[in-house]
Ligand binder design. Structure first.
Ligand SMILES: *Cc1c(COP(=O)(O)O)cnc(C)c1O
Length: 402
């Protein structure tokens, strides 16, 4: 077991992340349990409608989108949502999809589910998001889609990525697992001009349903394919062609679909988490501002800041040690844990992971910015249940150890 560094006071362990679940969520889950309907049903439907309205409301302003234009499809994970989006876009064997090496494997694995290939590209060291110039350079005749990740909650350069996609006739699916709520050029992620956007409600994300995700798109055909594939490839639409009334028992199987539906128990959590999403974001922004101010004189680079007026979801607060730092990243992490502070690393880049590295013969020197960032970075705790004292504790520990 680790013991605290002698100069740091012993305090209970401060976790890296904690969900923020209130009495409203608990009451809604209990109501679901008592209702007798525990799997996908009325609450999942309400969560989808609420999500569309929330995106439309929050988008607001001159770029307003009507909630009726947004199709929201609740799924049991963001991974499932990404898989459904790419499937509905027709990605398959022989196709290539471009994404960032600096992400979690879920972003890329869904491409392999469909038998297509992943082309990893390096990041812009200033934003830690995929570099549009490298995206364009990686396009081949087989490229079908670009899969940007809004790393940490800072939107990728969507105007540039969407322009490249238009020039080359490519699809764009946003991995928005960190991006609730984030904006790009004044527009909320989820309402941009991509083909689909996928949010995650995993336990440590900015809002949670335990496990869950939301696929958002504008194209009704894409939405209807994803809805059918979400649940076994079952469709009731085929019957409609012949008669006005579909008997309740009737369905047709039109494809070998998946089992990706969100339960009403999970949706009950989502309905109330969503209502708190802006408050949660404001609380994380306060923590981010404190870290930025109070760590400014240390030999490290704090998390990239958004351009003025652009909303950052602050899912992560990564810092990168400078060359001048007297302590190595690994020992800093070890000593923070010894001081009872949970930190993490986002991410061990995909080009370092045996599956991706060996499949494509990837070398660290081909991804210099991601590699350099990875070797020097750690993510500090940033979540709504942290107290001011918790933030001070992280700051003090870093100041002493560095
Ligand atoms: C969490 C995460 C996912 C997967 O989300 P799940 O809901 O757990 O499937 C995908 N991409 C990124 C970048 C993530 O952080």
């Amino acid at each position: 077991m680790s013991t605290p560094a002698p100069d740091l006071p012993f305090l209970p362990f401060l976790p890296f992340a904690l969900p923020d679940i209130g009495e409203e969520e608990i009451a809604e889950v209990v109501d679901t349990l008592r209702s007798g309907w525990v799997t996908t049903g009325p609450k999942a439907k309400r969560f989808e409608a609420d999500f569309a309205a929330w995106l439309a409301d929050a988008a607001g302003g001159p770029s307003a989108v009507a909630s009726s234009e947004l199709h929201c499809i609740a799924v049991n994970s963001a991974t499932a949502g990404l898989h459904l989006a790419l499937e509905a876009l027709g990605i398959g064997p022989g196709d290539e999809v471009i994404t960032t090496t600096h992400t979690f494997t879920a972003t890329a694995e869904v491409v392999r589910y469909l038998g297509a290939e992943v082309r990893l590209v390096d990041i812009d060291p200033a934003t830690l998001n995929l570099d549009p110039a490298l995206v364009e350079a990686a396009i081949t005749p087989r490229t079908k889609a670009i899969l940007p990740v809004h790393y940490g909650g800072l939107a990728a350069d969507m105007p540039a990525i969407l322009a490249i996609a238009r020039r080359h006739g490519l699809k764009v699916v946003e991995d928005a697992a960190h991006a609730l709520p984030s904006s790009s050029a004044g527009r909320l992620v989820g309402t941009l001009d991509s083909d689909a956007t996928v949010f995650s409600f995993y336990a440590n994300k900015t809002m949670t349903t335990g496990e869950g995700g939301m696929l958002v798109c504008r194209d009704p055909a894409l939405a209807s394919r994803a809805r059918v594939m979400r649940l076994h490839g079952m469709s009731r639409d085929a019957f409609d062609r012949f008669t006005a009334t579909v008997p309740s028992w009737y369905y047709e199987i039109v494809a070998p679909g998946f089992k990706y539906n969100l339960t009403d128990i999970a949706a009950a959590l989502g309905i109330h988490q969503l209502r708190k999403a802006h408050r949660f974001a404001a609380q994380r922004a306060v923590i981010a501002a404190r870290y930025r101010a109070e760590l400014a004189d240390l030999p490290l680079t704090t998390a990239p800041q958004p351009p003025a007026g652009q909303q950052h979801a602050w899912h992560l607060f990564p810092v990168r040690l400078s060359d001048a730092a007297a302590i190595h990243r690994d020992s800093l992490i070890e000593r923070l844990f010894a001081a009872g502070i949970g930190v993490s690393v986002h991410y061990i880049p995909l080009h370092q992971q045996p599956y991706w590295r060996d499949r494509h013969g990837l070398r660290a020197e081909d991804f210099p910015h991601s590699q350099r960032a990875y070797e020097r970075m750690l993510s500090l705790p940033i979540y709504t249940r942290m107290t001011e004292a918790d933030v001070s504790r992280v700051v003090d520990a870093l100041r002493r150890l560095m």
